[in-house]
Write a protein that binds this ligand. Structure first.
Ligand code: DHB
Ligand code: MG
Length: 223
């Protein structure tokens, strides 16, 4: 009963602000081809990412965890003509499906998919001294979340917005000694966010068409 109202309200918000076009719908449903669990963000979260991109005038966006490309499509849609999204995933199966999904939208010129381990690709980007990213979305495997975040900081500038998905995990973060390494990973990150002097951070919890969870919203401070 309680869940029902959250789902209904999610659908009310989606109808108002976050309707999906055919490309988004097809991308969301494309996981059926792989027979894996749905991990895409919700349409509201897609619109939230777009809204945050507007707040930081995002021309360069980095994503960790492409999955089937659903969030990449939301973000690519909000990029200006010369904008660029780099998205990293280590799983070649989901990455090739993401490539197809993105090609079907006509947004492929703005999106560069990199297949490989983010823990290897991020230090390479840092060593290459790439231009800082305006927004960074972390939605990859959970155990190394803190390490991902530290690399993200090195690839940011004052004013960069970093958003991290799944930092509440149905409230499992309340466990003092969680056995699930994913919960351990997000708790390490959440704790680090409270200690990191370089950022202002908060977590927004959500409940609705996706499981109860939360996103951390982090702004890199003025230097
Ligand atoms: C999981 C991962 C996600 O990114 C998500 O949004 C939901 C669940 C998972 O690994 O369980
Ligand atoms: Mg996620």
């Amino acid at each position: 009963m309680e869940n029902q109202i959250f789902e209904k309200v999610d659908n009310y918000i989606i109808d108002l602000f976050a309707t999906e076009d055919d490309a988004l719908l097809q991308t969301r449903n494309s996981i059926e081809l792989l027979g894996i669990m749905q991990q895409s963000i919700s349409p509201i979260q897609g619109k939230f990412l777009q809204t945050m991109m507007m707040a930081c005038n995002a021309k360069r966006v980095l994503e960790l965890g492409t999955f089937v490309g659903y969030s990449a499509i939301w973000m690519a849609k909000a990029l200006p003509q010369n904008g660029k999204l780099i998205s990293i995933d280590f799983d070649i199966k989901v990455a090739s499906l993401a490539q197809k999904n993105i090609e079907a939208t006509g947004l492929f010129e703005k999106v560069e998919l990199k297949v490989g381990k983010a823990l290897e690709i991020l230090p390479e980007l840092i060593a290459e001294k790439v231009e800082p990213f305006d927004m960074i979305f972390i939605d990859a495997d959970k155990p190394p979340y803190k390490e991902y975040f530290k690399y993200a900081l090195e690839l940011s500038r004052p004013g960069t917005i970093i958003i991290i998905d799944n930092v509440i995990r149905s409230g499992k973060v309340l466990d003092e000694n969680p056995s699930d390494e994913r919960v351990v990973g997000v708790k390490r990150l959440n704790q680090y966010l409270t200690e990191c002097k370089e950022v202002t951070a908060i977590i927004l919890q959500s409940s609705g068409i996706k499981d109860h969870d939360g996103m951390a919203v982090v702004v890199v401070n003025r230097s």
